[in-house]
Ligand binder design. Structure first.
Ligand SMILES: C[S@@+](CC[C@H](N)C(=O)[O-])C[C@H]1O[C@@H](n2cnc3c(N)ncnc32)[C@H](O)[C@@H]1O
Length: 209
């Protein structure tokens, strides 16, 4: 399986049909969380099985991972989990995808690809234009969670989000996870690897104001 996909490739200009929330979920009225760059979706499976009072949506650019995840959802008859294949930036900026942003309670960016070379920064999923797209359509109070083990990427994401005046940082110490999309603090695959290897984790929570 290819580990790195260039999100700016023209292969991702066309997006797949995005079903309505009623088609995606058993109960479309539940709180909705979006995980961007969800890989094979294990984290979302853990969440969806544990918290049946939330709906979970994953967007991932590696098609095979999404196909397998979708099959698993059907096999296990999970009604609060859905996966979309494609470049999250293109999907959420498309007329078809805008309704997703409007309905979100929270979004997570867990260990996004760092794209270390400066000439590749444009491939990073968090971009000023993308943060504008989010701030234009997110409801007030919607949360964004970022997590990475790469300090330089953390600083870049943090300054990109905070240069948009519609986001403010929440103090993690005062944050009540029990009411969030992840009350039992499940870890993603990358996070488990980072913990085993004792790397630092940089994380922050923002609220749309
Ligand atoms: C380093 S992995 C982290 C996976 C997972 N979030 C975790 O924490 O274990 C980053 C994931 O983001 C996906 N990705 C990168 N850019 C993307 C984009 N623009 N849209 C959707 N997925 C993307 C990659 O294919 C990869 O699966």
């Amino acid at each position: 399986m290819r580990q790195h996909v260039n999100p700016l490739s023209s292969n991702f200009n066309q997006i797949e049909r995005i079903p309505s929330l009623r088609e995606m979920f058993g109960d479309s009225q539940l709180n909705l969380h979006l995980d961007i760059g969800c890989a094979a979706g294990e984290f979302l499976f853990d969440l969806a099985l544990d918290n049946t009072s939330w709906n979970y949506l994953g967007i991932e650019i590696r098609e095979k991972l999404v196909k397998n995840a979708k099959l698993k959802v059907i096999e296990r008859e999970i009604k609060n989990l859905y996966f979309i294949f494609g470049n999250a930036n293109n999907i959420l900026d498309h007329v078809q995808g805008k309704f997703i942003i409007k309905n979100l309670k929270s979004i997570s960016f867990n260990f996004p690809d760092p794209w270390f070379k400066k000439r590749h920064y444009k491939r990073r999923v968090i971009q000023p234009e993308f943060i504008n797209v989010l701030s234009n359509s997110l409801q007030k109070g919607t949360l964004i969670f970022i997590k990475t083990d790469v300090k330089d990427l953390f600083d870049y994401m943090d300054s990109t989000i905070l240069s948009n005046f519609y986001f403010k940082t929440l103090n993690k110490k005062d944050f009540d996870y029990s009411k969030s999309f992840n009350p039992n603090k499940f870890k993603t695959n990358r996070e488990k690897y980072v913990i085993v290897n004792q790397f630092d984790i940089f994380e922050r929570i923002y609220m749309k104001i």
